[in-house]
Design a protein around this ligand. Structure first.
Ligand SMILES: *Cc1c(COP(=O)(O)O)cnc(C)c1O
Length: 416
């Protein structure tokens, strides 16, 4: 039987434990929501001050050159690339995940349309349980194209083989599901798409910085993802898009703004896409927010993805074990896969009063979140979550459930 002392012991032997000191977390908070908004790297405050006071305030417009603002999306992309198995010159940090997904889907459909053997394909396959914005963006694109393009939604991963037939242009999947924490086998799934003549676009929102990703080795075609979740970039921090070098010449995206132009300051009247990854850019970036992304990446570079994964699995295993042992009398249902290979870095449990229980947890300093239907979501971020945190979080959960110390009439906030 695991005890709190066992957890403290594991913390003393944890090679990642010292990295927690690089984050500013308030006392009395056990933060299990780094999958939604990563904690703040301490360095971000000084970085923000420097961008605002020196780069903007003192150096003014010269900073586009002198502070490297113009190159920032590419420079940060190169720092991020190793975390997802991308190469130099294949990633930019820019825009939002939703917008990058639109670019990726449109470019992939265009690649297929220009291939004589695949030009007639009109179907995008994704899953009903995908993060809604992914589905919405695909719906918006297909409706706008108005050329017979349509979405095909599967209800579970095992329906994928049957759904990917000769009409399918594109498979669009989120690698780790935001609600359940289910992780796709990227290699097998990419091969399945390719064998059927489809391209595959991966959303890494819940993968980048959370689980090992090897886009090249696993045969992905295009990918997008978030920096404000496990990468600790800050609220609304710009997202990323990966276009492998082999696809770059054919990657034509419709948001052809001047930052994607071959010579933005030639001010030419015609759009000519840049060679390379810059063609995935659109317009001027929010530099203050973009600059802070580097602080999260800096912390990540001090740990190996293998060490992060090993601790993530240990934390999620421990959480599952403790909840099942210590809250056994309560109607909690595990929805996250037990199998390591199929699990991301979160654990989700259903409870009939999931929203109310989560509000009670938050009131007592255990911050997770809630997603319909009835799902309490707990994210585990090995850079700053300790084994003792897991123990303490479960004890607070047990206490709340044992004493029914939650308000089932709690009013819903706008963000759950
Ligand atoms: C978090 C998340 C998003 C967020 O998209 P934004 O454009 O940043 O709002 C998109 N897709 C998935 C799968 C996510 O988990």
């Amino acid at each position: 039987m695991t005890t709190r002392n066992h957890c403290l012991e594991r913390d003393t032997q944890d090679p990642l434990a010292p990295l927690r000191d690089q984050f500013d977390l308030p006392d009395g908070v056990i933060y299990l929501d780094g999958n939604s908004l990563g904690a703040r790297p301490k360095a971000a405050l000084a970085r923000a001050q420097r961008v605002i006071a020196e780069e903007w305030g003192r150096d003014l417009i010269r900073s586009w050159n002198t502070a490297g603002w113009f190159e920032l999306p590419k420079r940060l992309g190169n720092l991020l690339a190793p975390l997802i198995g991308g190469a130099d010159g294949e990633v930019v940090v820019t825009d939002t995940t939703s917008v990058n997904l639109f670019k990726a889907l449109a470019a992939a459909l265009m690649m297929q349309a220009h291939d004589p053997e695949r030009a007639g394909r009109r179907v995008i396959v994704t899953e009903r349980a995908n993060f809604p914005t992914d589905i919405y963006m695909a719906q918006g694109l297909t409706a706008w194209l108005d050329r017979g393009y349509a979405l095909r939604l599967i209800d579970s991963p095992d329906q994928l083989p049957a759904a990917v037939d000769a009409d399918v242009a594109l498979v669009m999947l989120t690698h780790v599901n935001y609600r359940t924490g289910y992780q796709y086998d990227m290699k097998a799934t990419s091969a399945l798409a390719h064998d059927a003549g489809a391209l595959i676009v991966w959303d890494l929102a819940h993968s980048a910085g959370a689980v090992p990703v090897d886009l090249h080795a696993d045969g992905a075609d295009l990918a997008v993802g978030c920096t404000y979740k496990y990468l600790n970039g800050g609220p609304g921090a710009p997202a990323f898009i990966w276009v492998p070098r082999k696809h770059q010449p054919r990657f034509q995206q419709p948001l052809s703004g001047w930052w994607g132009h071959a010579a933005p300051f030639a001010m030419a009247p015609d759009f000519q896409p840049a060679d390379g990854i810059a063609r995935a850019l659109c317009g001027t970036q929010s530099i203050v927010s973009l600059a802070l992304v580097e602080c999260g990446l800096d912390v990540h570079r001090q740990a190996s993805m293998a060490a992060i994964r090993a601790k993530s699995l240990a934390l999620t295993d421990l959480f599952i074990e403790l909840v099942e042992a210590r809250c056994a009398d309560h109607p909690l249902g595990l929805v996250t896969p037990r199998e390591h290979a199929r699990r991301g870095s979160q654990v989700s449990f259903t409870h009939p009063h999931g929203y109310a229980v989560m509000q009670a947890l938050i009131a007592r300093g255990v911050i997770g979140d809630y997603r319909e239907p009835a799902i309490m979501r707990f994210g585990f971020t090995p850079l700053y979550t300790s084994y003792a945190d897991v123990w303490d979080a479960v004890e607070i959960l047990r206490d709340i459930l044992d004493r029914k110390d939650y308000n089932v009439d709690a009013k819903r906030d706008a963000v759950t």
